[in-house]
Write a protein that binds this ligand. Structure first.
Ligand code: ADP
Ligand code: AMP
Length: 212
């Protein structure tokens, strides 16, 4: 099974991807997490990506397509959940081509629909585990102990691009560059919309039905 998660920053993709991929035994590839890992080790790719990420801009398509292509080869046969990719129509087309060459294709593109006010509330209160990438929220999804990850105990961090200026830009970038990807999958008959505004548990239930 090959699932793509689409939706604005803060829509809850990462939160749901973690539980769904564990439940279904899918490999979870989150391009934002992959990029942050490259930035942390100061690799050439990380250094190239960093300024785009800090501003809330998209990393150029050629860099992203190169990064994901390498991982697709080893992961596609076992079932895959793509979270944060594709974010442009060019990325979606490149993904289709790479999958076709591997004799595969996207089964479902799940679109998490969330209002802008809710996205802003979610990103303003988000903290993230830099080790296992689990996301928390000060009010909606707090950790059991103050500032430590429930899974691995690591001190939680605020993402640089969750600052209000970067969030404003990310929402504009999403609207202009990523929403056309919804049409790409709608036209292919693969888009399934999910009301992402509900509680984490309620979204999880709807999502489970959407991928069956
Ligand atoms: P994305 O991966 O789409 O950017 P996240 O999964 O990181 O989004 O979620 C963004 C923030 O919203 C996090 O702080 C997370 O704990 C919180 N969150 C996720 N889903 C929900 C939900 N259904 N209701 C309330 N808060 C949520
Ligand atoms: P995310 O963790 O998905 O919110 O991504 C964080 C940042 O990483 C984005 O704001 C972009 O700068 C970059 N990024 C992640 N995925 C992509 C992608 N598919 N295309 C371009 N940039 C990306």
């Amino acid at each position: 099974m090959l699932i793509v998660f689409l939706g604005a920053p803060g829509a809850g993709k990462g939160t749901q991807a973690k539980s769904l991929s564990e439940k279904k035994g899918l490999t979870h590839l989150a391009t934002g997490d992959m990029l942050r890992a490259e930035v942390a080790v100061e690799s050439e790719l990380g250094m190239k990506a960093r300024s785009f990420m800090d501003r809330g801009d998209l990393v150029p398509d050629d860099v992203m397509i190169g990064m994901i292509s390498g991982r697709l080869k080893d992961t596609v046969s076992g079932g895959l959940l793509l979270d944060g990719f594709p974010r442009t129509v060019a990325q979606a087309e490149a993904l289709d081509e790479a999958l076709e060459a591997a004799g595969a294709g996207v089964d479902r593109a799940i679109y998490f629909e969330v209002s802008e006010e809710e996205l802003i509330r979610r990103l303003a209160g988000r903290s993230t585990c830099p080790d296992c990438q689990r996301a928390y929220h000060d009010t909606f999804n707090p950790p059991a102990t103050a500032d430590g990850c429930d899974d691995c105990g690591t001190t939680l961090l605020r993402r640089e691009d969750d600052r209000p200026e970067a969030v404003r830009n990310r929402l504009v970038v999403y609207e202009t560059q990523t929403t056309p990807v919804l049409d790409h999958y709608r036209t292919a008959g693969k888009l399934v919309s999910v009301d992402g505004e509900q509680s984490i548990d309620a979204v999880q239930t709807v999502l489970a039905a959407a991928v069956e």
